[in-house]
Design a protein around this ligand. Structure first.
Ligand code: AMP
Length: 451
């Protein structure tokens, strides 16, 4: 696992400050790959969908280059042009530019159809550093001489395949003709039909190519259980569960780094090989922990959310949420560490009464309840029973039938994950996995979460 940081990618302080304000802690894969290349001025062909962080991947280097080389755009002029197929996407890109440019003096505007042109014309009269536009309205305003593209040094075409589907390719070719031949060009597309390949050859000059598919996690292959347990008894419960050899390769999630360290130490003391992985550990220490886990030298890896992003280990038999995540999306991401490469997996969550609201959020996101497992520590105490009853009554939907082979109320028995149940089906990383109806809906991780 390599620790990539935004500053390590060569971004300047005002941008780092903006990213910190946006609470982005780490670059996404497309950002890690694209930013250094774009800062060097390399043309780029990015095969990436929305949700991968591609907007920041092209906006951040653009802002840095424009800011470094301050130059007035001139009347109606544009220093960089970003084309998007839809008004929504253009507005979204504009919002991102505003967020990332809050500490640099860069002027931008968004031009789209469907609204009166008056304001757009006014915004363009002084010229802008960055213009985000949809093709139709842009051509209108160019024809009316409200926009002058001849000095645009950077051209970014977003969602190329959608542009093609929407019949914009001719407009795009017209627009490209108006741009200087010497320029910095980027093309992003979620797929690569032949027409996009052709367009890429026409408009890009010796481009670097980056391909990023968002991680898609199909939660339906993962058997999920929740234990209602007092926080003070979670440790005992974990030790009890670890007595079962079926828990062969286990990732345990805690909310804090300190909690991860403490739990790993306690496991080691009780004779379970374990190590912790979190953001406070050096790169070397993390790598060692990960290698030991991969090579079966440790049976348990205790992790925080942030550290989990680099964990791509096959045959993780169980994921245990020692603490429930505060953000429901993190739950999906966490449990996706098991059931990789088409395999099944088991996810177990410990829910203290104070965490009940997080459980409800998770169940709402999953659109179904998570089965309650009986506490193997023996009869639950009164408050635990009350807690479980409350939980069952609070469910948004009727209680789901227990999984086959696990009668309701039967003491929890961990089972081995069922390997390759869906032979030939997509693994955790599926390209463009279709959203299936009901519970088999794949979740796309839209943004990494901080620990
Ligand atoms: P995009 O693929 O550009 O549409 O971005 C998808 C979402 O991810 C947007 O809501 C961004 O604000 C968010 N995002 C992009 N990069 C990061 C990052 N490095 N850390 C956290 N969130 C991010």
């Amino acid at each position: 696992m390599t620790e990539v940081t935004f500053s390590g990618l060569g971004l300047a302080d005002p941008l780092l400050k903006a990213l910190a304000a946006e609470k982005y802690t780490h670059p996404t894969p497309i950002q890690a790959q694209a930013i250094p290349l774009l800062l060097e001025g390399r043309d780029l062909f990015g095969l990436a969908q929305t949700g991968t962080g591609k907007t920041a991947a092209f906006t951040l280097p653009l802002l840095q280059r424009l800011n470094k080389n301050q130059k007035a755009p001139g009347r109606n002029g544009v220093r960089a042009l970003i084309l998007a197929p839809t008004r929504e996407l253009a507005v979204q890109i504009g919002d991102s530019i505003r967020a990332y440019s809050q500490f640099v003096a860069i002027r931008h505007t968004v031009i789209t159809g469907g609204v009166p042109q008056g304001r757009q014309v006014k915004a363009m009269s002084r010229g802008v550093d960055i213009l985000v536009a949809t093709p139709g309205r842009l051509l209108d305003l160019v024809n009316q001489r409200h926009v002058d593209l001849h000095s645009a040094q950077t051209f970014i075409l977003d969602e190329g395949d959608r542009m093609f589907d929407m019949g914009f390719i001719r407009d795009i070719r017209k627009i490209v003709q108006m741009l200087p031949r010497e320029r910095h060009t980027m093309l992003f597309s979620a797929t690569m039909p032949r027409e996009i390949e052709k367009l890429a050859r026409e408009i890009l000059n010796d481009p670097a190519k980056i391909e990023v598919t968002p991680e898609v996690i199909t939660v339906d292959r993962i058997k999920q259980h929740v234990f209602h347990v007092q926080g003070s008894r979670k440790r005992d419960l974990l030790h009890e569960l670890m007595a079962d050899p079926a828990l062969s390769r286990v990732i345990v999630f805690t909310r804090t780094k300190h909690g991860a360290n403490r739990l790993a130490d306690q496991l080691v003391k009780s004779g379970v090989n374990a190590d912790a992985i979190h953001g406070n550990k050096s790169q070397g220490a993390r790598q060692r922990a990960l290698n030991d886990f991969k090579d079966n030298r440790s049976r348990v890896l205790v992790a925080t959310d942030i550290a989990s992003r680099g964990i791509d280990v096959d045959d993780v038999s169980h994921v245990i949420n020692f603490d429930l995540p505060m953000e429901a999306e993190s739950y999906v991401h966490r449990i996706g560490r098991t059931a990789r490469a088409g395999a099944g997996g088991i996810a177990i969550s410990f829910c203290d009464p104070a965490e009940k609201k997080y459980l409800r959020d998770i169940e709402r996101l999953l659109k179904r309840p998570i089965d309650t497992a009986e506490n193997p520590l023996g009869a639950a105490n009164d408050s635990e029973l009350r807690e479980r009853r409350d939980h069952d009554q609070d469910r948004d939907e009727p209680r789901r039938k227990p999984h086959r082979g696990q009668p309701a109320g039967k003491k929890y028995r961990a089972r081995k994950p069922e390997g390759n149940k869906t032979a030939g089906g997509g693994g955790a990383k599926q390209q463009n996995g279709p959203a299936k109806p009901g519970g088999d809906k794949p979740f796309r991780r839209s943004r990494p979460r901080a620990a």
